[in-house]
Design a protein around this ligand. Structure first.
Ligand SMILES: Nc1nc2c(c(=O)[nH]1)N[C@H]1C(S)=C(S)[C@@H](COP(=O)(O)OP(=O)(O)OC[C@H]3O[C@@H](n4cnc5c(N)ncnc54)[C@H](O)[C@@H]3O)O[C@H]1N2
Ligand code: MOO
Length: 468
């Protein structure tokens, strides 16, 4: 274990320094949702690809409807229907019109579209409110139509290329693909794109006291909530989460489970078993996970060849490799640390296995594990995704509370809060206890109390980290 106390910032920096964005792959559009594009996408064909109608109505020649009024309508011969997707367009000659539907190509000869509401709809009566379905009234595509308003050239026509032109940059590399971006890619005919994939995050909880929800609780048992909260948080961060529920406090079992999971993990997260108790199994197990690789930490020198975790990266710089029998992983480095933070004091970080998969060992207390996830795992996931700013947004807010907030000296405290954007105030939700899961479920932000403060009075401006 590192002997020095780590600051929140140093621990985060150490983690992020070890994490590289995942290699890009080609994914189908919907699988690429939320992913970062690694190629510039050029428009292959103009959008719209052809001049088309923005209204259901009649395609006409401008001269034919010039001066048309309800009293003196232009009477035109209907030469056919143009439906969206239709081919074999009728030509609109002088004195003629074609019925046209929204999105249908403007037929040759036509210069504008008059909406059906500006006509009698071919009924010979008053202003139409719509068209009858073609199957019910096939005669609507022939006969006469009375148009009672003029139309300028291009009226109700969406010109070819009015959205984007062939050769335009549709999306630049680095773009995060949300629904509108995926829509644009589909609109220009792309079926797949090159992106950084969603990281596969394995969440593993430890503790012999844990029972899965839905099962009966025995004496001294509690439900495993951390693996659910953290798997959900991993998904929320953009990852594909694999939840591995509750491994018992047995080092061999945990080791075997971790080794099994490495195959599908870009990042491993454990909860529990990182403190100083007699059953703190994560520390014990992580001393021998992975494969023996020459030159990789775990050997007598503690050398970190090929391992980006950089054992000497932070205060203390000492990993437990070869020291104390805990934390030194053959084929990796896992360093167990004490952070100047509340909750979330005990933390482990390193890389394990042949691929040097990053592993974050979070404390077991439910609030501690969630806060630790938000502060350290979420940025790690978002760095793997290639996002340039992997952090949650934060904002100043004025503290609204009945009395002062107390915070331990020298520790950065993260209290749960409810943020009101209208008044830019924040109200604490529940106390500072790291077992208070109900209060956590009613909070939407973390109130940050800096290391130097031991008390914060109501009315003081504090920083809040906005969750969700
Ligand atoms: N003598 C000391 N004791 C403790 C210290 C210390 O410095 N000296 N640190 C305390 C702090 S702070 C924390 S945080 C915890 C961290 O403990 P562990 O990471 O070893 O976690 P566990 O002992 O396994 O569990 C702690 C607590 O959380 C509950 N838990 C664990 N896993 C889950 C889960 N998946 N779902 C729901 N609840 C879970 C567990 O039952 C315990 O109540 O250590 C303090 N002790
Ligand atoms: O630091 Mo522990 O994480 O307070 O509860």
């Amino acid at each position: 274990m590192s002997s020095a106390i780590w600051s929140v910032d140093d621990h985060l920096e150490d983690i992020l320094a070890a994490i590289r964005p995942l290699d890009p792959i080609e994914l189908h559009l919907l699988d690429a949702q939320g992913c970062v594009l690694v190629e510039d996408i050029t428009v292959p064909v103009a959008l719209p690809p052809f001049d088309n109608s923005s209204m259901d109505g009649y395609a006409v020649r401008v001269a034919d409807v010039r001066g048309a009024t309800e009293e003196f309508p232009a009477v035109l011969a209907v030469v056919g229907d143009v439906a969206a997707g239709g081919a074999g367009l009728p030509t609109v000659g002088p004195g003629q019109a074609a019925r046209i539907m929204t999105g249908a190509p403007l037929p040759p000869g036509a210069e504008a579209v008059v909406p059906v509401e500006w006509t009698d709809g071919g009924t010979g009566g008053g202003a139409a409110t719509g068209m009858l379905p073609a199957q019910a009234a096939p005669e609507g595509a022939s006969g006469e139509v009375r148009v009672n308003r003029p139309a300028d050239e291009g009226a109700h026509v969406r010109p070819r290329g009015s959205d984007v032109q062939a050769g335009d940059l549709a999306l630049a590399r680095g773009t995060v693909l949300g629904p509108p971006q995926i829509g644009l890619l589909a609109a220009i005919g792309r079926a797949t794109v090159r992106v950084r994939p969603r990281p596969r995050v394995v969440v593993l909880s430890t503790g012999s006291e844990l029972v899965q929800p839905g099962e009966a609780l025995g004496e001294g048992q509690i439900y495993d909530s951390n693996s659910f909260a953290l798997a959900a948080a991993a998904r929320d961060a953009g990852a594909i989460a694999y939840r591995v529920g509750a491994v018992t406090d047995d080092a061999d079992t945990l080791r075997a489970t971790i080794e099994d999971q490495l195959i599908r993990a870009d990042l491993l997260v454990t909860t529990g078993g990182v403190s100083v108790g007699a059953y703190d199994v994560v520390k014990e197990a992580l001393s021998t996970v992975g494969e023996t690789t020459a030159g990789v930490v775990g050997d007598a020198t503690g050398e970190t060849a090929g391992d980006p975790a950089g054992a000497g990266g932070g205060p203390g710089g000492e990993t437990a490799a070869g020291g104390g029998g805990v934390g030194g992983v053959v084929g990796g480095v896992v360093d167990f640390r004490t952070l100047a933070m509340q909750p979330g004091k005990p933390q482990g970080f390193g890389t394990i296995g042949r691929d040097h998969t990053p592993l974050l060992a979070l404390p077991g207390n439910p609030v501690s594990s969630y806060v630790s996830f938000e502060l350290f795992v979420r940025p790690a996931i978002r760095t793997l995704m290639g996002l340039t700013d992997p952090h949650r947004p934060s904002t100043p807010a004025v503290l609204k509370a009945d009395g002062p907030l107390r915070s331990p000296a020298g520790k950065r405290q993260f209290l749960r809060g409810a943020y009101d954007p209208a008044s830019a105030t924040v109200t604490p939700v529940g106390g500072s206890g790291s077992h208070l899961v109900a209060a956590l479920a009613h909070a939407d932000c973390l109130i940050v109390v800096p290391e130097r403060e031991t008390s914060v009075d109501p009315g003081t401006e504090v920083e809040v980290i906005l969750l969700g």
